[in-house]
Ligand binder design. Structure first.
Ligand SMILES: NC(=O)c1ccc[n+]([C@@H]2O[C@H](COP(=O)([O-])OP(=O)(O)OC[C@H]3O[C@@H](n4cnc5c(N)ncnc54)[C@H](O)[C@@H]3O)[C@@H](O)[C@H]2O)c1
Length: 285
């Protein structure tokens, strides 16, 4: 039985119907959180609600079918959460359109960028980059008011951001990664943090197509996301802001500071020295 370090916390998690989102929701519920599960697909969401409630206990899960790019739906999800649980402490932005939307198997059938469909390119950016902005701006004022909160953005591995053949997937995730750094700065001193959590490579969900020679058990298993997600949602990560964590490197056998050192790094591309020159100042001095 997991330690219930999130007892009483309320987590809204998008993309909760399946894959990494569902796995994180189960882990967070096992740790005592109440879950507001958001997904586009009502049927998978209903099944997810049953599984998360089984993990967390009766009344621990509330499913809200919503599109994360629709502002009315985002407000409706927030209001449903407030109506049921009174507040939202943590938002996990996990919902995304994956590269499998470009071709049946982006690992072998790589489309050139000039062959891509404009509508899909725009929709990927809308869901993967604007969706987290919309959901966060909808719920973060309440967190700031209470002086405590967490934004956890699920982006992708840095090399996937420029993976050829995956359409707008990489660029849209790079946009969210950069936005996470903006969020971190804007949220400084509010008690609310913004961090990134990624699996750390191909994870065993429908996003990774069946490919000859692939052993799915060798992919990162969705359960790897649970430990770092629970820690990031808990008071134990107070003061951690603007970091990205690789779930596959999160080793619970290590003491916490060594674990953070092994799996964490500053969000976005902070290691690249800035060369931009702004009027009246040099950014690198
Ligand atoms: N699977 C991987 O290898 C991998 C690797 C790196 C990062 N990620 C990221 O992890 C997250 C979860 O990926 P996954 O593999 O579990 O994907 P998935 O496709 O299995 O699940 C994504 C969920 O998001 C939902 N969704 C899509 N658009 C939505 C919208 N507009 N509004 C609400 N819900 C919507 C889908 O219905 C689905 O249930 C994504 O952000 C993905 O980019 C995945």
């Amino acid at each position: 039985m997991a330690e219930r370090v999130l007892e009483g916390k309320v987590v809204m998690l998008t993309g909760a119907g399946r894959g990494l989102g569902l796995s994180m929701a189960i882990g967070l519920a096992e740790a005592g959180a109440n879950l507001v599960l958001v997904d586009l697909e009502a049927d998978v969401l209903a099944a997810a609600e049953t599984r998360v409630a089984a993990a967390g206990g009766q009344g621990a899960a509330l499913a809200v079918t919503a599109d994360v790019t629709d502002s009315d739906a985002a407000s409706r999800a927030r209001d449903a959460a407030l109506g049921r649980f009174g507040r939202i402490d943590v938002l996990v932005n996990d919902a995304a359109i994956g590269p499998q939307a470009v071709t049946d198997n982006f690992l072998v059938d790589r489309r050139k960028f000039w062959e891509l469909d404009d509508a899909l390119w725009k929709r990927m950016f809308e869901v993967n980059s604007f969706g987290p902005q919309l959901m966060t701006r909808t719920v973060v004022p309440g967190m700031i008011e209470r002086g405590w909160g967490r934004i956890i953005n699920v982006t992708t591995s840095l090399d996937t951001m420029f993976l050829a053949g995956a359409g707008a997937y990489g660029p849209s995730k790079a946009a969210l990664e950069a936005h996470s750094r903006v969020m971190m700065q804007d949220l400084a001193e509010t008690g609310v943090s913004a961090n990134v959590l990624v699996p750390g490579g191909a994870a065993d969900t429908r996003m990774i197509p069946e490919t000859e020679g692939m052993v799915r058990q060798n992919l990162i298993q969705p359960e790897a996301m649970r430990g770092p997600a629970v820690w990031l949602a808990s008071a134990a990560s107070d003061g951690v802001n603007g970091m990205r964590f690789i779930a596959a490197l999160w080793d619970e056998s290590l003491p916490l500071d060594e674990r953070i050192e092994a799996a964490g790094a500053p969000v976005a591309w902070a290691q690249i020295p800035s060369k931009a020159i702004y009027p009246g100042q040099r950014s690198d001095n």
